[in-house]
Design a protein around this ligand. Sequence first.
Ligand SMILES: Cc1cc2nc3c(=O)[nH]c(=O)nc-3n(C[C@H](O)[C@H](O)[C@H](O)COP(=O)(O)OP(=O)(O)OC[C@H]3O[C@@H](n4cnc5c(N)ncnc54)[C@H](O)[C@@H]3O)c2cc1C
Length: 409
Amino acid sequence: MTQDNRILISGAGPVGSITGYYLAKHGVPVSVFDTAPLTPRDHRASTVHPTTLQMLASIGITEKIIPQGIISPIFQFRDRFDDRVVAEFDYGILSDIFDFPFALQVEQHKVINTTHEIAKEYDTFELRRPCEVIGHVQDEDGVTLKVKNQEGEIEDHRGLFLLGTDGGRSVTRKDAGIDFPGFTWPDRFVIATTEYDFGTQKGGKHHYRNYVAHPVQWCALIKVAGDDMAGLWRILLPAMDDDPSGLEIGSSEWVQKKFVECLPYEDEYKIIDINPYNVHQRVAETFHKGRVLLAGDAAHVNNPLGGMGMNGGIHDGVNLAEKLLHIWREDKSANELLAQYDRQRRPTALKYVQAQSIANKELLQETDMQQRRQRLDVLAATAEDRDRCRGYLKKSSLWTMLEEAKNIT
Ligand SMILES: Cc1cc2nc3c(=O)[nH]c(=O)nc-3n(C[C@H](O)[C@H](O)[C@H](O)COP(=O)(O)OP(=O)(O)OC[C@H]3O[C@@H](n4cnc5c(N)ncnc54)[C@H](O)[C@@H]3O)c2cc1C
């Protein structure tokens, strides 16, 4: 059994890894457990907002991930009907508040692996994998975590607190009996990747992050660096179960057809890979139950339009790590501070991440032509007006959410 003054973390995704590293760097012993033998490379987060870059700079991660990604100061909303740029937002307008006035397009697995690389220099950081967390029991003094190790043996690990960062299907959340209310969208998302360059004149002169509105052929188009930094484009396509094409959703024929419909710059694209996803909007009923805390996707899930899931999760993790540090070092009242974590992060997750990601999806897929015109006009006017543009960027980069949380005691 491990020592009982550790912080136990279930899940070494971006949120568990960064939170664990933050604590370890400040002298708190942590054990992080993950079922996966290696960091998964599936297509998930690719946009790191300026707020998160600022946060990660203070623990030495930003300087290491910038060279692995693409600096992306501008993002666009476009109308698929006439391929018009409806609105363009430039983070440069916020260079008075952001040290990094751009988003970084960098793959999630690079963020995680970079964090592990830095964290392993601290003997307070322990990563155990493959190790499946199967349950926990909490008592007055701590938590006992049950994990299945690589040999299939059940081990007990003892710690002061358990942080559940084990993703949307979190065993920690379920085992703690915490509800996860919300809904699942009827359409699935399919992500496909190509080397085709949408930044060229022929490819539509796209920026590195683009949202294309259309009642049926809406999509998001994002450029990432790829392993060799040569650049790859990811398209996110919506898929309904009753797709009229009759093709199997997610099959290469279906992706090719949708790809060309949504981005008609070529008759055919060379597709490198395809990943289908179900999309949920859910927020846990609490982020804190005794000695068990939730952060990241274990606490809230949302659609990826706007790139807020991982960013919001990292913001949870840093907020929580600061509080756990006070509790661990100064023996501050745990309940008081951890309840504040829930008050600061849960209502704001509903108000900002959930509301904004739902609004983004509704905007792109609007079918009522009058509503559609109005929504796109409002967006265009927002981009044109300096104050409204600043407000929009502060909100969509989660700066407003962080500022509001600071004032919640
Ligand atoms: C297509 C797509 C695009 C996205 N784009 C963006 C974006 O641009 N920006 C953004 O901010 N967000 C984005 N997101 C969301 C982002 O990927 C998630 O919010 C992020 O992965 C959450 O991180 P996490 O660490 O909380 O959970 P996860 O990344 O899900 O990590 C959970 C970890 O826990 C482990 N685990 C699970 N169960 C157990 C167990 N029982 N025992 C031990 N370990 C366990 C898993 O192996 C995994 O490593 C996107 C998501 C998708 C699907």
